[in-house]
Design a protein around this ligand. Structure first.
Ligand SMILES: Cc1cc2nc3c(=O)[nH]c(=O)nc-3n(C[C@H](O)[C@H](O)[C@H](O)COP(=O)(O)OP(=O)(O)OC[C@H]3O[C@@H](n4cnc5c(N)ncnc54)[C@H](O)[C@@H]3O)c2cc1C
Length: 486
C-alpha cells in the first residue's frame, strides 16, 4: 500500500480495537472519543498532506520495493540531500501541528529507518533478529504504519548512579519462551500517542542504564496495539472539548500519554529484534545512530515550536503596544536567539553529516543532540517569557460564547487595543494561554523537560560525544606557552 491518507489511518484505528482506558471507562472507538478525537484528526491531517497536490510529491519518495510513493520519513538517508529532503517533510509536519505533537509518526519512522540501515547490529544478537528488523521496517514503510513507543520501566526507587533499578513484578520482563513466541509481563511508561497508534515498539532509552543483571528485561520488539493482554491507561485528556477559538491547541493536538500494562503478552519471534543481551541493548541508540536520527526529527519539531512562540510573542507585544519597551525588546531578542540557535544546530547537523559505518548518512551527533539538551531549559524559559510579556492579558480572555452574549458590546469596546480589535486580541491570547497556561501547555513544558530523559542523563549523553580532549589540549598548549617564556 502506498502512503496512506488520513481516512485510511482513521479506518485502521477503528478496525483494530485496542484496550484503552480513560477516566475509568473503556474507550471503544478512539477516533470518536471526545478526549482523543482531536489528536486522531491531527494525525490524519498529516497523512493527508502526503497526497496534497500543492506539496507536489515532496512528502514521499519511491518505494525501493514497489516504486510506489511512500512516506519520506521512512527513507534510509544515503546523502546529505536525503537528510535535507527528510527535514523538509518533518518540518512541514511539525509546522502543521505547531510543534505540539512531538510523537507525530516521523519520530518512529526515522528510528526504524536508522535501525534498518544498521540491521547488522541486531545480527550480533542472533542472525534472524536482523532479518526480523528488516522485514518489519519494510512492513512499516509499505503500510505507512503509525508507531508509538514505550522505553521506560517503572521503578519503585532510584539509584544514585542513574542505573535503572529494575524489579520483577514491576518492570517489563520476558517470563517465557516457546517455539513461536516470547511472553512478556510488566508495565512501561510513557506511550505518548499510544491510543492513536497502530503498533507499539518496546526497547530501551538512549544511554546505557542497564547492568548485566538486567538480562531478563533486555528486549526490543514491536507488536500491534490491539494485541491481547496489552492495556493502555490514559492520563486525563487535556482536550476540554471546546471550540478551536476557546482552546486552539488543546482542541487540535492532544496526543495523549499512557501507562502500558503487558499481561502475559505474546510476541511472535518474527517481531523480536533483540533479547537478553544487555550490552547490545545499552548500545543500540548510539551504535546504530538512531539517537541522532530521532534528534533530527526533534530539531524540526523544536524549530516549529520556536517559530510559534516567537510569532505569538511578537503579536502579543503588537497587540499590547509594548513592543518598543526595552524589556519587551530584550525578551523578544532571547526568543529570536533560541529560534536561531535551534535552526543553526539543525542545519549544522546536516552540513556536517557523515556516512557512518553502516553507509547511512548520519546527522552530526553533537550538533543534533544539542538541540535536545538546549530545549530542556530553553522551552520552559520561552514560556516564562510569554508570561512576562502578557501578564493579565492572559486572563482577559472571554470565551467564544461571550462574544455572542449580553456583554458582547462591552467586550468589543473595552478589550480593543490601539492596534487590535477585541476579538482578535482575545483569540490571540487564548492561543498564548494554550501554550503558557492551560493543562495542555503545562504538559508541553513537562514534555520538553523530560521526553528525551532526565537532565542528568541528557548531560551525560552530550558529554559522551563532546570532543573534550580538543579543548583540554588547547588550554594545555596555552599553559605551555607560559612555560616557554620562563
Ligand atoms: C510528556 C511526556 C511524554 C513522554 N513520552 C514518552 C514516550 O512516548 N515514550 C517513552 O518511552 N517515554 C516517554 N516519556 C518518558 C520519559 O522518557 C521519562 O520521563 C524520562 O526518561 C525520565 O524518567 P522518569 O520520568 O522516570 O523520571 P525519574 O527517573 O523519576 O526522575 C525524576 C527526577 O529525579 C531525578 N533523578 C532520577 N534519578 C536520578 C539520579 N540517579 N541522579 C540524579 N537525579 C535523578 C531526575 O533528574 C528527575 O529530575 C515521556 C515523558 C513525558 C514527561
Amino acid at each position: 500500500m502506498p502512503a496512506r491518507t488520513g481516512k485510511q489511518y482513521l479506518n485502521g484505528l477503528r478496525e483494530q480495537e485496542r484496550e484503552v482506558w480513560l477516566g475509568g471507562e473503556r474507550v471503544r472507538d478512539v477516533t470518536a472519543h471526545r478526549g482523543l478525537q482531536g489528536g486522531a484528526r491531527a494525525i490524519a491531517a498529516l497523512y493527508d498532506m502526503q497526497h496534497d497536490p500543492k506539496l507536489a510529491g515532496r512528502m514521499t519518495y519511491a518505494s525501493p520495493k514497489t516504486g510506489e510513493p511512500v512516506g519520506l520519513s521512512f527513507i534510509v538517508p544515503r546523502t546529505r540531500e536525503d537528510l535535507e529532503r527528510r527535514r523538509d517533510v518533518m518540518l512541514a509536519w511539525a509546522r502543521a501541528t505547531c510543534g505540539m505533537m512531538g510523537r507525530s509518526p516521523d519520530f518512529m519512522n526515522v528510528t526504524f529507518a536508522a535501525w534498518a540501515g544498521a540491521a547488522d547490529y541486531f545480527a550480533r544478537g542472533r542472525r534472524e533478529f536482523a532479518d526480523n528488523l528488516l522485514r518489519y521496517y519494510e512492513y512499516l514503510r509499505e503500510n505507512d504504519i503509525c508507531l508509538t513507543h514505550s522505553l521506560i520501566n517503572l521503578q519503585r526507587s532510584r539509584t544514585v548512579s542513574g542505573v535503572f533499578n529494575l524489579q520483577e513484578g514491576t518492570a517489563l520482563q520476558v517470563v517465557r519462551e516457546t517455539d513461536a513466541v516470547i511472553v512478556v509481563r510488566g508495565a512501561r511508561i510513557l506511550a505518548t500517542l499510544g491510543p492513536l497508534a497502530d503498533e507499539i515498539a518496546v526497547y530501551s532509552p538512549r544511554m546505557a542504564r542497564h547492568t548485566e543483571t538486567h538480562s531478563p528485561f533486555a528486549v526490543n520488539f514491536a507488536i500491534p496495539c490491539a494485541t491481547r493482554g496489552l492495556r493502555f491507561l490514559c492520563r486525563d485528556s487535556f482536550d476540554p472539548g471546546r471550540s478551536h477559538f476557546d482552546a486552539p491547541l488543546a482542541s487540535r493536538f492532544e496526543e495523549m500519554d499512557c501507562i502500558v500494562f503487558f499481561d502475559d503478552v505474546l510476541v511472535p519471534w518474527e517481531r523480536v529484534f533483540l533479547l537478553g543481551d544487555v550490552d547490545l541493548l545499552n548500545g543500540t541508540a548510539t551504535h546504530t545512530h538512531s539517537s541522532a536520527h530521532s534528534a533530527h526529527q526533534g530539531a524540526a519539531k523544536n524549530l516549529a515550536k520556536c517559530e510559534l512562540v516567537l510569532g505569538v510573542a511578537l503579536l502579543m507585544t503588537e497587540a499590547l503596544g509594548n513592543a518598543h519597551l526595552p524589556h519587551a525588546e530584550e525578551r523578544i531578542g532571547e526568543l529570536m536567539l533560541t529560534a536561531q540557535l535551534t535552526r543553526a544546530c539543525m542545519r549544522a547537523a546536516e552540513a556536517d553529516a557523515r556516512l557512518d559505518e553502516w553507509g547511512v548518512m548520519c546527522p552530526d551527533p553533537l550538533a543534533v543532540e544539542s538541540t535536545r539538551n538546549l530545549f530542556m531549559t530553553a522551552y520552559p524559559r520561552m514560556v516564562e517569557i510569554l508570561h512576562l510579556l502578557g501578564s493579565s492579558s492572559f486572563l482577559l480572555t472571554p470565551s467564544e460564547a461571550d462574544f455572542k452574549g449580553p456583554l458582547a458590546d462591552h467586550i468589543a469596546q473595552y478589550l480593543a487595543t490601539d492596534t487590535m480589535a477585541a476579538r482578535d486580541r482575545v483569540k490571540l491570547f487564548r492561543l498564548a494561554w494554550d501554550i503558557a497556561g492551560s493543562a495542555f501547555g503545562s504538559r508541553q513544558v513537562l514534555y520538553e523537560r523530560f521526553f528525551a530523559s532526565d537532565p542528568l542523563t541528557r548531560a551525560r549523553a552530550l558529554a559522551a560525544i563532546y570532543p573534550k580532549r580538543e579543548v583540554m589540549d588547547r588550554v594545555l598548549d596555552f599553559l605551555a606557552r607560559d612555560d616557554d617564556n620562563a
